[in-house]
Design a protein. Structure first.
Lengths: 91, 475
């Protein structure tokens, strides 16, 4: 059966005790980078994430208006919360 | 590493299935301990999908492997202030409107959190990282500011819960808080995401202590059933009475908070989930939702006897709830309640401090995985432990005003959600990021409704605070 496990394929298909096959696969992961790369997607590697660039999203005017509007909403609400807290502790 | 090794995501196929030949040769030399551990976890999932074993065994094994971020985020959100909000709800309003309302808030939470599963599984990135990448530093810093403020305030309340829960047993605050800190430190010592996840899940299951506490309160099942169907009786004085509206806000904030978005997406990425695991991640999230909703409603039911007896619990702290309940549900019931509050604070302290650590690491580009040993992830673990230490220390300040602080923190969480939800919606509708896994029309409608509810609730709170006499409050 075709798998995406690359060099691990034969190990998985083998008819042998599961424990020893699992141990072998774990050793493969620790000592053979290809084994790691055959199980993970490319951008799951820490080094890949360090250097991968998604690029800036193109925001519509509506999205920008919403972002600013909600940001102003939060700032105003936090001020109101602060007012309420002060009122409670004074009262 | 040169620019030639940069991986650029395409709009057509943002993520290719793993293929060693597709990865630049330089990367082979940069496989880290974190990558190996994540690959080990992936290998277990891959093996669990192999044919040759009965289907039910495969499904059980897969469920065991994939459960984690969803259950943890919801049981972590059943934290000390949340459980105290539910306790206050039951004590002030009994069985009625709030029982189905709490369930509704969890439905809202599921709608939101499901999107983080897709984002994490498809992009393999944390939420903070994505926001900074796609929207830039200006908006990223706003998002981080909300998260840092909210997380720190919430962490303080978790240690309030730890202190109060163990205070019922006469344990001094310093011992209680120090003991919780030791546990927070201990769960990360394995430097394996899998181990950390399993230990924290086991601790989170103790959130279920509120269920036997509720059963010991001899609940009126007829009243509970009627409440689910009719949403009544309504709170006296209407929903906009100041005390009632505060509880509404606190109950919403008990299930929908910014840290949940950041935590679950980062945990999904750290766990190594991929697109084929999205369905499993959804089930994990649904299980978490249902468990947390059950435990939250159980807390409302557990304290309903206080309402029935006409006991004024509006100023109660956590330990006072347990003490007040003892004559009504017995020493065992009160003990379970107090232990539940302690667990709620402890598990949330673990998950929320981890959420902050993930976000800092993602933004600064430093290692940020529970698969890293301490020496490799010292910044990540430093933020995790440092934030917990600072929050715990504040709780030990004598005569600190803790009671009101607990309720208002949930209110702050509700107010900070709308911008966080907007980022979530924009990202989960972005084809360059999500490919074929962008939001469906139904998902967009649902999230817009959730956002509208939160904005209206926040506006209601604001109006009520500025014009209290309009709502029957004020002097």
């Amino acid at each position: 059966m075709e798998t995406r496990y690359g060099s691990l394929g034969p190990a998985i298909g083998r008819a042998e005790p599961r424990t020893s096959a699992v141990k072998q696969d774990v050793l493969d992961l620790e000592h053979r980078p290809e084994a790691v790369l055959s199980v993970l997607e490319a951008d799951q590697l820490f080094a890949a994430k360090q250097h991968a660039q998604l690029g800036r999203a193109q925001l519509s005017r509506g999205a920008r208006v919403l972002m600013w509007g909600l940001r102003i909403y939060v700032v105003v609400m936090f001020i109101i919360v602060a007012m309420q807290v002060v009122h409670v502790f004074r009262g | 590493m040169t620019k030639d090794t940069t991986l650029r995501l395409s709009a057509q196929t943002p993520h290719q299935a793993g293929s060693a030949s597709a990865v630049p040769g330089d990367l082979r030399r940069l496989i880290t301990h974190e990558d190996v551990d994540r690959a080990r976890d992936r290998l277990a999932v891959v093996r669990a999908r192999e044919r040759g074993v009965p289907l039910y065994q495969r499904l059980l094994r897969l469920s065991w492997l994939l459960v984690g971020p969803g259950v943890l985020v919801f049981l972590g959100e059943n934290d000390a202030p949340s459980m105290l909000s539910y306790a206050a709800t039951g004590a002030q309003f009994g069985i009625g409107f709030f029982v189905p309302f709490v369930l509704l808030t969890f439905l809202m939470g599921f709608i939101v959190q499901e999107m983080t599963v897709r984002l994490g599984a498809v992009t393999h990135r944390g939420h903070a990282e994505l926001i900074f990448d796609r929207f830039g530093k200006f908006w990223g810093r706003f998002a981080m500011g909300d998260l840092v403020l909210g997380n720190f305030l919430t962490l303080v309340t978790e240690f309030i819960g730890v202190r109060a829960g163990l205070g019922f047993f006469g344990i001094p605050p310093l011992v209680a808080v120090s003991g919780a800190m030791v546990l927070v430190f201990a769960v990360i010592l394995s430097h394996r995401y899998w181990t950390w996840e399993r230990i924290t899940l086991a601790l989170a299951m103790f959130n279920g202590l509120f269920v036997p506490a509720a059963l010991l309160a001899h609940p009126q099942w007829g009243a509970i059933s009627r409440a689910f169907v009719t949403w009544s009786p309504m709170p006296a004085g209407g929903l906009f009475k100041p005390d009632t509206f505060l509880i509404i806000m606190a109950d919403i904030g008990a299930t929908v908070t910014p840290w949940m978005l950041f935590f679950q997406q980062s945990a999904v990425a750290d766990k190594g989930l991929q697109a084929p695991d999205i369905r499993g991640g959804r089930i994990d999230t649904l299980v978490g939702t249902l468990l947390a909703a059950t435990f939250g409603i159980a807390t409302v039911v557990a304290t309903a006897p206080l309402f029935a007896k006409g006991i004024n619990a509006s100023d109660y702290q956590a330990a006072q709830f347990a003490q007040a309940l003892q004559p009504l549900i017995g020493r065992v019931g009160a003990t379970l309640f107090a232990l539940g509050i302690f667990e709620a604070g402890l598990v949330a302290a673990i998950t929320i401090s981890t959420s902050s650590a993930y976000a800092f690491g993602e933004v600064l580009g430093t290692p940020h995985s529970l698969n890293r040993p301490l020496r490799e992830g010292w910044g990540f673990y430093g933020v995790l432990l440092g934030s917990a230490l600072a929050a715990g220390a504040l709780v030990l300040i004598p005569h600190a005003p803790l009671t009101y602080f607990v309720l208002i923190v949930n209110v702050i969480a509700v107010l900070a959600m709308p911008p966080a939800l907007l980022f979530l919606v924009l990202l989960s509708n972005d084809p360059a990021v999500m490919g074929e896994h962008v939001n469906s029309r139904w998902a967009n409608m649902a999230i817009i409704m959730v956002t509208a509810v939160l904005v209206l609730a926040g506006l209601g709170f604001g109006l009520q605070t500025v014009f209290p006499k309009l709502f029957g409050g004020g002097g």
